[in-house]
Ligand binder design. Structure first.
Ligand SMILES: [Fe+2]
Length: 137
């Protein structure tokens, strides 16, 4: 009986959501849950699939692949450039336990390892020029 209670407490009971301001480009993560509107620059922020992205999916759309026995995630099938003006700032893995961010700097290799037992629901990749790309698992 106590075990069931413990599991219930540890479950994430909300969906964290990104919000994007089309005016200033701010990207925020709401960890509280709920679907109420968020505002920035006096206007409603965009969320979910309404968050715009541009560019080539080959270098942005998050993909999962296996390499030398490890399960990895990258932003796209092809390597994205990692220059100071244009790079993948983060990859975020959303699971039933929350969101795990990996931050990158110009020159880094934007690849993330799956953790053992991690049950990923969505993968986010954010390009400093082309915006937020989402892959549903
Ligand atoms: Fe890009």
């Amino acid at each position: 009986m106590k075990l069931k209670e413990r599991i219930k407490i540890n479950q994430v009971s909300y969906t964290p959501r990104f919000y994007y301001c089309p005016e200033c480009g701010s990207l925020i993560l709401n960890t509280k849950g709920g679907r109420e509107k968020k505002y920035c620059c006096g206007k409603p922020m965009l969320t979910g699939r309404k968050i715009p992205h541009t560019g080539d999916p080959e270098v942005h759309q998050p993909v999962i692949f296996r390499l030398e026995g490890e399960i990895l995630v990258s932003a796209g099938e092809q390597k994205h450039e990692m220059t100071p003006d244009h790079y993948i700032r983060f990859i975020a893995l959303e699971s039933d336990r929350g969101i795990r961010f990996s931050w990158f700097a110009p020159g880094d290799d934007p690849v993330v390892k799956y953790l053992p037992g991690e049950q990923v629901i969505r993968i986010y990749a954010y390009c400093t020029v082309h915006g937020l790309w989402i892959t549903e698992i």
